[in-house]
Design a protein around this ligand. Sequence first.
Ligand code: NAD
Length: 421
Amino acid sequence: MHWDNVCTWDGKARIPKEGSFIKLKEDKSLEVPNNPIIPYIEGDGIGPEITPAMIHVVNTAVEKAYGNSRKIYWVELLAGDKAEEKTGNRMPEETLEVLKEAIVSIKGPLGTPVGKGGKSLNAILRQSMDFYSAIRPVYWLGQPAPIPNPERVNVAVFRENSDDVYMSIEYMPKAENTKKVREFFLKEMGVSEYALPEDCGITVKPMSEYKTKRHVRKALRWALENGKRVVAVVGKGNIMKATEGAFMNWAFEVAKEPEFEGRVITEGEPKEGQVLMVRVITDQMLMQLVLKPEAYDVIITQNLNGDYISDLASALVGGPGFVPSGNIGDGYALFESTHGTAYDIAGKGVANPLSITLSGAMMLEYIGWKEAAELIYRGVKKAIEERLGTPDIANGFRKMGIEAKELSTMDFAKAIGERLS
Ligand code: NAD
């Protein structure tokens, strides 16, 4: 990378003297200097290709929007494969310490082995920093998409991030501790052998009122600030009454809190400055998203449902490669690409950098640098309008009978950078 404001990891995180840390005020709002230090984690697989591409676009946008008066100072932190190779630890303590100090940061994808190994690094990050809401705004920027009129999709999925089966309270089939848990249910709680056979594994699904309500408040504030109309609270409350059912009820309690009085309604037509909150069962929502995506502006849901719903919503606009995301707590925020490590295409220079680049734009909005974020949205739209893109985008257009020019990951980022106006 030719940028002089990027401090790569070199035996330790190198904090630039020219930069200053963002500060968290007492009310949890941010005090952002003109030279903020923003950590980045490159990520595994295609991470080393898409992350520099994002940095290029964000730097170009900041320079274009503010000239010399504002500049980000990027600090590389290690996690995942690179951290293991350099330090023998997939999540070094230093990474968590600097992320906390810097308040706002961004990352590429991190690999998680299925059915074995330690806890997901993403879960460690989300939980250690208490990023309790994951926000995934799904909108269409002109890319090839599998549904007719994809411009109908403009929905922000608010996924609760600190509860649910992701707490990793798991008892593997036939393990000693599983026998103990099973016996407790059979003997003490009157659960049947049919429900808990001897060879079963058990995953615990906790859901708390406190965690749900803070998440719902965040989503409602966002919906009101952004002039949204219809907010759906989604869950399988009819089956999991103690968890997803409770979540849905708590959400409606939040709507009655003084802060939202008169602004969040639960029936009728929302007027300007109001949102309508409705209850939708998960399977219904999955169907509606495909058939009538324009019906909802915001979806508030739990951790596991949020995972499914946001992937489906992303698929409607062409896949997770096009959708940004942010993990947000009380002020603290970590933005990230929504797709995985794509090991199958890593190192080939063909990865689509849009998810992390749009996450970079979302991060700029979050720190209040809206002009630079706007430039990125417009630049991406223009590049796609001109039928430029990585092979996945170009192939998508060709399938529709439209000519397109195939670019490498970095060349696509450069093409976007040239179209920021
Ligand atoms: P994946 O997203 O890595 O790949 C699915 C398919 O999409 C692959 O064919 C891949 O080539 C393609 N793809 C993904 N991103 C792309 C991009 N930017 N450009 C072009 N093509 C792209 O999903 P997976 O294979 O299920 O997961 C691989 C690993 O990533 C797993 O270890 C998983 O745990 C991890 N993962 C991490 C995150 C995260 O860090 N937030 C999210 C999802 C998955």
